[in-house]
Design a protein around this ligand. Structure first.
Ligand code: AVI
Length: 323
């Protein structure tokens, strides 16, 4: 079995400039923030893979189970495919499981992620398991979707795959916007397979985001290590602690980095000189949790109609077709 694999050129030197501008902007907001997309440098991506193996973070395992059990049913509800687009492929494991029940030829797989490390891992894993052509796009989801939307054409359906509860990391307006962009990219008759984590009891949610082994804490704190390395910062990482909070009103788990004491931090490449008060926090991630009944209206607003839904243990896989 052979597979062609190409890597579309992605941003490189501009990355650091954009990162510096984002850090300068978000760290001076009230409350202070850092965008969660920056959690995924090489070490961050490895730590996230480790999180997915923790007994307390069940999203990945349950989803894998659902994909394994229902991939056949999913493909039976799709038309002949020409293109599959996965946003945020992670290790590639999810797509490999799905595609094991899908077509073995005449389909191009596009992977979109800002993380070069994640794209390399996923492309290599797919190459080893599938005869299909894989194109990796190092880009934001919006930019990747726009590029793919312009390039694909011809006969066959486009399926967008957005798994792992990645949608949970977008706030409601950004979620609507992203779903509309997916809808535009797949075109009329295209489809979306969406994986969402559902609301569950607070202790369960908090354990998933503040695990006893401290892997999630390391994942969160690594963001400061990245700022130090890439932007010439001097965060004293030991003087920040990881905190997970369930915000019931907004239906999201928030991750924060809390300053243990009053301290001054310089980030030279972002021209920042900040004094943190003791207890002051940097909000680094939101992970929105859905109720099953929210999903059809959410998809409907973006121009999709639900054609299948599978649930297990507080997680849902939803298949929808573009109207
Ligand atoms: C990638 N994303 C869906 C994960 C989540 O659950 O929000 C990232 C994560 N953050 C902490 N643990 C896992």
């Amino acid at each position: 079995m052979s597979m062609r694999r190409s890597v579309a050129p992605g941003p490189s030197e501009t990355d650091r400039t954009v990162f510096a501008a984002d850090v300068a902007y978000f760290l001076t907001q009230t409350p202070r923030q850092l965008p969660s997309r920056y959690l995924y440098d090489e070490l961050g991506s490895s730590l996230f893979e480790a999180i997915c193996r923790l007994p307390w973070y069940r999203v990945a395992r349950i989803e894998q189970d659902l994909l394994q059990s229902h991939a056949g049913a999913i493909f039976s509800r799709l038309h002949p495919l020409a293109t599959v687009v996965e946003l945020g492929p992670g290790s590639g494991e999810k797509l490999i499981t799905l595609m094991a029940a899908g077509p073995r030829r005449d389909v191009t797989i596009h992977l979109v992620d800002v993380s070069r490390a994640a794209l390399d891992t996923a492309s290599t894993a797919l190459a080893a398991s599938s005869p299909l052509t894989v194109v990796a796009h190092q880009a934001t989801y919006e930019d990747g979707l726009a590029a793919i939307g312009l390039s694909h054409g011809g006969a066959g359906q486009t399926l967008a795959v957005f798994l792992g509860s990645n949608i949970g990391n977008f706030d409601p307006p950004a979620t609507d916007q992203l779903l509309r962009s997916i809808r535009a990219a797949v075109g009329h008759g295209g489809a979306l397979l969406l994986g969402t984590d559902l609301v569950k009891p607070e202790p369960e949610l908090l354990l998933a985001y503040d695990d006893p082994l401290g892997v999630t804490a390391a994942f969160n704190l690594n963001l400061l290590v990245r700022v130090n390395r890439e932007l010439d910062g001097d965060f004293d990482v030991k003087q920040f602690s990881h905190r997970a909070v369930w915000n019931a009103q907004e239906s999201r788990v928030e991750m924060h980095l809390v300053s243990r004491l009053r301290q001054r931090v310089l980030v030279r490449a972002a021209r920042l000189d900040i004094t943190f008060e003791a207890g002051e926090s940097i909000w680094t991630e939101s992970s929105y949790k859905y109720r099953i009944d929210d999903l059809a209206p959410l998809l409907d607003r973006a121009g999709f109609r639900v054609t299948g839904q599978w649930q297990e243990d507080g997680f849902a896989l939803t298949l929808a077709e573009a109207r």
